[in-house]
Design a protein around this ligand. Structure first.
Ligand code: ATP
Ligand code: MG
Length: 256
């Protein structure tokens, strides 16, 4: 799977209450692609993203994740819990609600992105090696937030908070970035800017990106590939250029 970063086969997830969130989903993602995930609310988009880094444990199926061309392949769906930290350290995640620690400064929030590299003492006492601090500063610079580096996260605007979210993810040197509606809490103008930042940094670092978006316009601007879910089934997997009105109607119609 050398040119593929993800090989997903027969993935299914039913929640304990009986909701079938994913039904037998199979797809491959090539290294360096930008993939947008579309579908109605409840279609399974978040569940799909969360299975990839095992925030959700799928019931059946396999998720082969090969972070780099020369790295080993991890089978995320069935990996023992205690072995997840290694592959997870190469998967950045960005959230709609930013998931920052409000009382900490921008730079401390970004430094937490590298915690898997420097362990418990750093995380308990917030003491970080100088090399990591330099790295965090460079990640902050890349999202154009240098002037706000020592401001508490609570005192930032939404757009600035998501810049911190992106910088924190970059701190991990991810090869894969998962973004679950990263701009759903932002106004349209800010959303566009944040998606541009995300596109730029992931392009620069050749980070493969899977992103859930509700706006087709933003999706077209961001991604070259589209996958779409409907009632837990994968109903489209192709180029953005193939996503015509008829296909969009089928994805977003409430009919099964
Ligand atoms: N923890 C959970 N327990 C039970 N059901 C869940 C859980 N998480 C999600 N679901 C259900 O699984 C289905 C898929 O949910 P999911 O969050 O993946 O959808 P989504 O496409 O991300 O929707 P949205 O666009 O609203 O974020 C929905 O019916 C949802 O109610
Ligand atoms: Mg969701």
């Amino acid at each position: 799977m050398s040119d593929k970063i993800l090989e997903i086969s027969g993935l299914s997830k039913t929640y304990p209450d009986g909701t079938e969130a994913l039904k037998n989903v199979s797809l491959n993602v090539k290294r360096g692609e930008r993939v947008v995930i579309l579908g109605l609310s409840g279609a399974g988009k978040s569940t799909f993203l969360r299975c990839i880094n095992r925030l959700v444990k799928p019931d059946t199926g396999t998720i082969k994740f090969k972070p780099d061309n020369d790295s080993k392949t991890y089978e995320m769906a069935n990996l023992a819990d205690y072995r997840l930290s290694e592959p997870r350290s190469r998967i950045g995640m960005i959230f709609q609600q930013f998931n920052l620690v409000d009382r900490l400064t921008v730079i401390k929030n970004v430094l937490t992105g590298g915690l898997s590299r420097y362990g418990t003492l750093s995380s308990l006492f917030h003491i970080f090696p100088p090399s990591e601090v330099a790295r965090a500063k460079s990640c902050i610079e890349r999202v154009e937030l240098t002037e706000r580096m020592y401001v508490r996260a609570a005192d930032l605007s939404g757009g600035q908070k998501q810049r911190v979210g992106i910088a924190r993810a970059l701190m991990q040197s991810p090869s894969l970035m998962l973004a679950d509606e990263p701009v759903a809490s932002l106004d349209p103008a800010t959303s566009k800017i944040i998606l541009d930042v995300l596109a730029r940094v992931t392009e620069e670092d050749n980070i493969t990106t899977l992103i859930n978006l509700h706006s087709i316009e933003f999706a077209r601007g961001f991604a070259n590939l589209v996958i779409a879910f409907k009632n837990g089934e994968l109903v489209f997997d192709g180029a953005m250029s193939e996503l015509d009105d008829g296909r969009l109607d089928a994805i977003y119609s409430s009919k099964r």
